[in-house]
Design a protein around this ligand. Structure first.
Ligand SMILES: [Zn+2]
Length: 720
């Protein structure tokens, strides 16, 4: 790739900021430029030589992160000097480390806010707390063109610059200040988790509060304790059952306090108080007494009643949140900073009739709401009842969407609308369940991460930047590909660009039929043609081609099912499962549930065919393992076969030649990814910042490292 010259001067600054989706927003979290206080341009690297030294304050890791990325971009190793000797430099640390920077009201930056600015002495990346310093460094890297669109090295963009210079003056704090989180249901294998951690760090996800809110028995053992003390458990249909605790029983509260104190003593910052999952809540006389004589009735599978004063209350909300309050009181005496976390979910979606202890954090779920209140009414009521409020979202659930290319929940227009709505309703944390399916939903997750930081981020600018940086010369056909699924909001390039609006488009993506698949093949074929000289962009296109091949395999399964040929069905299931195992390292689909816990559910329609395979058949086990993604030549053969299957003309395409080392190397995303990911992980691991330089080596000569790399996952052919 040619080395380019970068000068982010004041005149270019507005362009640079638009490209990463920030905008001027007085008083908000966006970037603000003070006209009266025009920043001075500073040069960090000029023509491949270091100009400013690195001056590190009391926070080490983000400074090393900056130094490592300046080196990756320019080849220049910044010199470090002691703060007391520093006349000029790139100052990285806490506001208090560099009093001469004269930053106003540092405390208002909170846990994660930061300042990036330049003056006559240099560049400042400063914050009130260490997490803010990290975000400052990441934001500067974004300004310099670095991107981490999806997890994994293929989707990382690291431009080359001989000169790194700019003039900055910005101050940002996130809109959701407790936590911003997208996570994968069914969990992740270790290498995928490493990819995600890097993605989170470089997209400013996370936050100062480690939210822990899962379903809990509070130390009760429903098997053992139920035998001895059935009265501690729920009375359902006139019978005690170990489905839930009875929240009115004093011993249950006592146990919950003991459990919470123990967790707090172990260092937990938030203790989970949500009820065990599923229905079966207590209807004992004591629990029903919260109705104060009102008649109980069932609504939305939850028990409600109207008190004599006319107030509608929910029995589970009243009893569960009363217990949570008592636990919070007991814990706060000894541990004033420890919070208690509880969902507002299922039978306890309805707000309680009383205020919650200041240390109780409530997270409202946007599904399974067993209340007649609208989400707005529910948020209004809970924001009166509690001091800290979060939302639990559902961006993708494997058994709801099966990784289909239908991103309704994460369409950028919908994300913008819902996240703005939450931010304006005092929500401080967003926790979104998702899948490791960056093929169909990655663009949505990337936009969501940016909107979680700043709900007024420039969405069309972010999408344009995504097309241009992830796909380079193939931006146009990739826009066509994405707009098919995500709708008009993702048409942002050239004359096709939709007029920006705050509305949510009325858009239904097309059915995944032959015509749609053919149109997708045409877009990606065009993208392949346009990226012939850009191996980095070809690699991202190839990831999506692998995803498309996976969709063709699903179509083949449906076609086979139509023939009633059970052998053919079995063969198609085998093909889909095995290729799913090969896609794991790409993060394009959520391989873990497909080959693991959700396998039977995914293929339950084909139980007849699967019955022909005995469960202990070693071959069947072998299907459900992990393997490397296809090499470029193999992918091209699969692609041509798919086109034949779809009756599309297959253009003869020259195969990459082995001696064309740069092209082959980039195209071998599959094979080299493991090693690259591991190396990058060590660069990005704060705890090993000092060895970051040592572990980074040129990747241009790597050949077939797959055999050597460690694989903590089960490989195909091994038994679990
Ligand atoms: Zn009860």
């Amino acid at each position: 790739m040619p080395r380019t010259y970068l000068l982010v001067a004041v005149s270019l600054l507005s362009f640079a900021m638009t490209a990463v989706g920030a905008e001027t927003r007085p008083g908000g979290s966006g970037v603000s430029i003070h006209a009266a206080d025009q920043p001075i341009e500073q040069t960090i690297v000029r023509d491949g030589r270091a100009v400013l030294p690195l001056v590190v304050g009391s926070v080490e890791a983000p400074a090393e992160l900056l130094r490592e990325h300046i080196r990756l971009m320019s080849g220049v190793q910044m010199r470090r000097i002691e703060a007391r000797h520093a006349r000029r430099g790139v100052f990285v640390g806490l506001v208090k480390d560099f009093p001469h920077a004269d930053i106003d009201d540092a405390a208002s930056l909170g846990d994660e806010g930061f300042v990036i600015r330049t003056d006559a002495r240099g560049v400042y990346l400063l914050a009130h707390k260490p997490l803010g310093v990290q975000h400052a460094v990441v934001t500067l890297l974004q300004r310099l063109g670095c991107r981490w669109f999806f997890p994994g090295p293929v989707w990382r963009v690291m431009p080359k610059h001989e000169t790194i210079a700019g003039a900055w003056n910005e101050r940002q704090v996130p809109d959701f200040k407790m936590q911003r989180r997208i996570w994968a249901g069914y969990g992740l294998y270790k290498p995928n988790r490493d990819d995600w951690e890097v993605w989170e760090r470089f997209n400013r996800m996370g936050g100062p509060v480690d939210i822990s809110i899962h379903h809990s028995w509070y130390g009760l053992n429903p098997d053992r304790d139920f035998q001895q003390h059935p009265e501690w458990f729920a009375l359902v249909d006139g019978k005690r059952q170990p489905t839930k605790p009875c929240y009115s029983h004093p011993e249950v509260t006592h146990r919950a306090i003991e459990y919470a104190l123990k967790r707090a003593a172990e260092g937990a910052k938030m203790i989970p108080m949500s009820a065990p999952d599923g229905l079966g809540y207590c209807e004992c006389r004591k629990c029903l007494s919260v109705l104060k004589g009102g008649e109980p009735f069932e609504q939305h599978f939850a028990t409600y009643g109207r008190r004599p004063d006319g107030k509608l209350v929910n029995v589970t909300s009243e009893t569960l949140f009363a217990m949570v309050n008592r636990v919070a009181e007991a814990v706060s005496d000894e541990y004033p900073d420890v919070r208690l976390g509880c969902y507002a979910y299922s039978a306890y979606s309805h707000p309680p009739s009383f205020r919650l202890h200041p240390n109780v954090y409530v997270q409202i779920t946007t599904h399974y709401r067993r209340t007649s209140l609208t989400l707005q009414q529910q948020l209004d009521a809970f924001s009166l009842a509690t001091d800290s409020l979060g939302v639990r979202e559902y961006y993708s659930v494997y058994q709801w969407d099966w990784d289909r290319p239908d991103p309704q929940q994460v369409r950028p227009d919908r994300l913008r609308q819902t996240l703005r709505f939450f931010e304006r309703n005092a929500v401080e944390a967003i926790n979104a369940e998702a899948s490791n399916n960056w093929g169909p939903r990655g663009l949505g997750y990337y936009i969501a991460a940016n909107l979680m930081w700043d709900v007024d981020a420039d969405v069309p600018g972010l999408i344009r930047d995504f097309y241009e940086k992830a796909f380079g010369p193939a931006a146009e056909p990739m826009q066509q590909y994405y707009a098919r699924w995500y709708g008009p909001v993702t048409r942002v390039l050239g004359e096709e660009a939709a007029t920006p609006t705050d509305d949510v488009a009325d858009y239904e993506p097309p059915k995944l039929d032959r015509d749609t698949l053919c149109a997708c093949f045409a877009n990606l074929d065009e993208a392949v043609r346009l990226t012939a000289d850009r191996p980095d962009c070809r690699a991202t296109v190839d990831h999506l081609r692998m995803y498309l091949h996976y969709l063709v395999l699903r179509r083949r399964l449906e076609d086979a099912a139509g023939t009633n040929d059970l052998e053919a069905v079995l063969e198609a299931i085998r093909e889909e499962t095995m290729f799913g195992g090969r896609l794991n390292r790409t993060n394009m689909i959520h391989t873990r549930p497909l080959i693991g816990k959700a396998f039977a559910r995914r293929f339950h329609k084909y139980a007849d065919a699967l019955a022909r395979l005995p469960a202990d058949n070693p071959e069947a086990k072998q299907w459900r393992g992990l393997d490397d993604p296809p090499r470029p030549d193999v992918l091209q053969r699969l692609w041509n076969a798919d086109k034949a299957y779809l009756d599309l003309p297959s253009a003869a395409r020259p195969q990459p030649k082995e001696e064309d080392s740069e092209v082959v190397n980039h195209l071998e995303t599959a094979c080299t990814m493991g090693l690259r990911a591991r190396r990058i992980q060590s660069i990005y691991d704060f705890s090993t910042g000092s060895e970051a330089h040592r572990t980074h080596t040129s990747s241009t000569k790597e050949r077939n490292p797959c055999r050597k790399q460690e694989q903590p996952m089960r490989r195909r052919g091994e038994t679990s």
